[in-house]
Write a protein that binds this ligand. Structure first.
Ligand SMILES: *Cc1c(COP(=O)(O)O)cnc(C)c1O
Length: 364
């Protein structure tokens, strides 16, 4: 691992910033990006912040053919006190390395990556939107760049971080979503790449998503790839069930993505002494609880929405109407607690938030 300094090349022109009331997800990017290269000879080197720009990559680069790539997703929030906060960013860098390991991508220096991210936000701090519910979405990713059609781990890579101001997930208030349980296609199996944040998992999920979309469901709930019986997770969210006072989430089994929001929810529930368990849970068990009137709440967790209440589950020709299609009390309380910590409105008993400096620019 090289410990070369980060070099900074500033953009000479600045893009107009979008109106924070009309932000779409991931369409507009900030003025700068972070790039670092890897070669087998030099290791990771040339850490740079440069103006946001297209890449020039050989058409034979391995990323295009065999999908050797990993990514992360996290957010920076602007607080009422005018601070910029990240939420557990060390966990994202740690998970990036776990994904790297699975995809045979060389390990990155997590501390260096986090410092580089902070520097990038510091330079582009004016891009962190201020309107309620908005944030700066951060997308670190690594691609295999070796120009070669042989199937083997690449000998060169690029680690890039781009950032995009994003709007409130809940512009019209928190509305529970309808989810179709997928029994034909599967997302991942134990031993596969389900627990890595890698492009192939998402490419292979599009088909089921398209079918569900056409039927009026916004997401699919994946079942295990072997028996199609046990619940795994949603497209880009982990899933929780509140049954008869107890909160249950599928245990991490190698095919489920270990969400940082999931982990945070588990910590908060334990802190509140709410009964919570990570274990295998089948769709049959959920249906039985529903029939018995014990299925109280269902919600997804992920960086994008934090908490996404589920109002309806469609499974095996049965429509499970959850909590009259409304957000449950515990889901709402978790949403408020987590977003309050992220926005620095509430005490952070877990030490999860990390403040980012803002560059003071003159002559503005
Ligand atoms: C990113 C992701 C999640 C959620 O992870 P967070 O760290 O909470 O954002 C869940 N499932 C999948 C498949 C994901 O890609």
């Amino acid at each position: 691992m090289s410990n070369e300094k980060l070099t900074i090349t500033r953009a000479t022109t600045h893009k107009p910033k979008p109106d924070s009331e009309h932000l779409e997800f991931g369409k507009v990017f900030t003025d700068h990006m972070f790039v670092m290269d890897y070669t087998t000879v030099r290791g990771w080197h040339d850490a740079q912040i440069i103006p946001y720009q297209p890449l020039s990559i050989d058409p034979s680069a391995m990323i295009f053919h065999y999908g050797q790539t990993v990514f992360e997703g996290l957010k920076a929030y602007y607080t009422e006190e005018g601070k910029i906060l990240l939420f557990r960013p060390d966990k994202n860098m740690q998970r990036l390395n776990q994904s790297n390991d699975r995809l045979c991508i060389p390990e990155i220096d997590e501390a260096l990556a986090l410092d580089a991210l902070k520097e990038l936000i510091k330079i582009d701090y004016e891009w962190v939107p201020k309107a309620e519910g908005t944030s700066l979405y951060i997308r670190p990713f690594i691609i295999a760049t070796q120009p070669s059609l042989g199937v083997h781990p690449s000998e060169s890579y690029k680690f890039i971080i781009i950032m995009s101001p994003v709007g409130s997930y809940y512009k019209e208030g928190i509305k529970p979503i309808k989810i179709a349980v997928e029994s034909k296609y599967v997302r991942a199996v134990a031993g596969g790449t389900g627990q890595a944040k890698t492009a192939g998992n998402y490419a292979s999920s599009l088909k089921a998503q398209e079918v569900a979309d056409a039927e009026g469901y916004s997401q699919v709930l994946w079942l295990d790839g072997v028996e199609r019986k046990y619940i795994e997770e949603v497209g880009s969210m982990n899933i929780f069930f509140k049954i008869n006072g107890e909160v249950i989430t599928p245990a991490l089994n190698g095919s489920i993505l270990p969400g940082i929001t999931r982990d945070s929810i588990l910590h908060v529930l334990k802190h509140w002494n709410v009964p919570v368990v990570e274990r295998k849970i089948s769709m049959e068990e959920v249906f039985q609880a529903y029939e018995d009137g014990l299925l109280e709440e269902v919600f997804g967790t992920g960086t994008a929405a934090v908490i996404s209440p589920v109002g309806e589950l469609y499974w095996d020709d049965k429509h499970l109407n959850i909590n009259n299609g409304e957000i449950g009390d515990l889901s709402l309380k978790l949403y408020h607690t987590l977003t309050s910590i992220q926005l620095g409105k509430e005490e952070d008993p877990f030490g999860w938030t990390v403040e980012v400096e803002q560059e003071v620019t003159k002559n503005k």
